[in-house]
Design a protein around this ligand. Structure first.
Ligand code: SF4
Ligand code: SF4
Ligand code: SF4
Length: 404
């Protein structure tokens, strides 16, 4: 009996033990496109309710404003935008905090941070993974200057999509070579302008005016806590504004009322459930005989996406987002990271899904050839199952051995 079948049995036992009052009720869930889908769902809000910031706000805390730094390392900018997405709470941030650094929004300089006293920044919220020497320098500097460091967003927490670069066996040299010489536009550029050898960015170049430098790109992309000590984590790609307000509430209570901060290592904005347990879709634990993409299937119903043949990582993913993606027919790709029972999200999700392949000793539907055929339909398995978590995976990166 596979993992999924075990889970199904446990669920059925739990359901049988529950009174009828726990039956799910039909309600309407707003879809991201502004439409609505009818799902069988508990009458719970989607995700977390935003934290109440308390009657003392807005205004500076009694001991003066706190200092806040927001920094992006190797990220896409979405995490910064999510802070702006905090609606009217952004005014609260301005009321209670001096923003001493925020590259996307204000003109802060590294030398200004370096000149600050150690520990004089109350909170540094750092998004993005650590990908190059500048990222490493800045996060180490911010750690030194900060009382609290928050790993903000999936890239900072688990490596995120930048860490998929760890799957390139030749590391940075292979990536730079591909990007600057092999992509069609780069190849055309090199052909036209580089007569002797391809132009590829160097860490140091001498020009008549002096030496120009660029950060050194690393072969391996790291999560933030693989480089510096981290106090709190807020997963999500990007995090939800409710998570931001929960963090703000904790900092506000600390700054205004002297309330102790949450224990070090706390993850903000998660639940103790898996994403599957938050998801309103109904699971029938059907066997997978064909792997499908969402556009190939009608997902405008209340069926579990895995039952429809779509690979969904909800069984291995930490809950907290309220099943944002699956509610609108898209599979969970695991941006909240592994659930507490899971050591490694990619292999756990893959095992769960593989247990639905049609191989049962007493009832063999088909042979190994068919299973191989189904598995071969999974495009880019490593990229799919580790889309957000490669830095924290057991695999960590691809390597070349003996030239292979
Ligand atoms: S976690 Fe997502 S939104 Fe944030 S920087 Fe990474 S890719 Fe962008
Ligand atoms: S759609 Fe995904 S998250 Fe929802 S029940 Fe199915 S596997 Fe779990
Ligand atoms: S459903 Fe999965 S991928 Fe989508 S926001 Fe939630 S945790 Fe992230």
């Amino acid at each position: 009996m596979g993992w999924w079948a075990d889970r199904k049995k446990k669920k059925e036992e739990e359901k049988a033990a529950k009174p009828v009052a726990s039956e799910k009720k039909a309600t309407t869930v707003k879809a991201a496109d502004g439409g609505a889908c009818e799902c069988a769902v508990d009458k719970e809000p989607i995700g977390l309710a935003a934290a109440d910031l308390g009657p003392l706000l807005p205004g500076a805390p009694p001991n003066g404003k706190v200092n806040l730094a927001i920094y992006w390392a190797a990220g896409c900018g979405g995490c910064d935008v999510s802070i702006l997405d905090s609606n009217e709470r952004i005014l609260t941030i301005g009321d209670m905090a001096n923003i001493v650094m925020w590259p996307i929004a204000i003109d802060g300089k590294e030398k200004d941070i370096a000149a600050m006293e150690d520990g004089s920044i109350t909170v540094s919220m750092i998004n993005g993974a650590v990908r190059n020497s500048e990222n490493e320098h800045m996060v180490k500097l911010l750690r030194k200057k900060s009382l609290i460091v928050v790993s903000y967003g999936t890239c900072a927490c688990f490596g995120g999509t930048p860490a998929l670069a760890n799957l390139v066996p030749g590391g940075k040299d292979e990536i730079l070579d591909y990007v600057y010489t092999e992509t069609p536009s780069s190849a055309a550029f090199q052909k036209k302008y580089s007569n002797v050898k391809p132009t590829i960015p160097q860490t140091s170049t001498t020009v008549p005016e002096g030496e120009l430098t660029l950060p050194l790109m690393y072969d391996t992309v790291y999560s933030l806590d693989q480089v510096i000590d981290v106090d709190y984590y807020i997963p999500g790609c990007p995090p939800m504004q409710e998570s931001i307000s929960h963090l703000l509430k904790a900092v506000a209570d600390f700054a205004y009322k002297g309330v102790a901060l949450p224990p070090k290592g706390t993850m903000v904005g998660i639940t103790s459930k898996t994403l599957c347990e938050e998801c309103p879709r109904k699971k029938d634990y059907k066997r997978i005989v064909e792997v499908k993409e969402p556009y190939q299937v009608d997902t405008n119903n209340d069926q579990c996406l895995v039952d429809l043949g779509i690979l969904c990582l909800g069984a291995a993913t930490m809950g907290g987002c309220g099943a944002k993606c699956t509610r609108v027919g898209q599979p969970c790709r695991g941006c909240y990271g592994p659930s507490p029972d899971v050591q490694e999200i990619g292999s756990s999700a893959f095992t769960a899904i593989a247990s639905l392949f049609p191989v049962i000793d007493e009832d063999p539907l088909m042979g190994e050839d068919k299973v191989d055929e189904i598995m071969s339909q999974i495009k880019d398995p490593l990229g799919y199952f580790y889309a957000f978590s490669m830095s924290k995976s057991l695999i960590r990166r691809s390597v070349k051995e003996g030239g292979q």
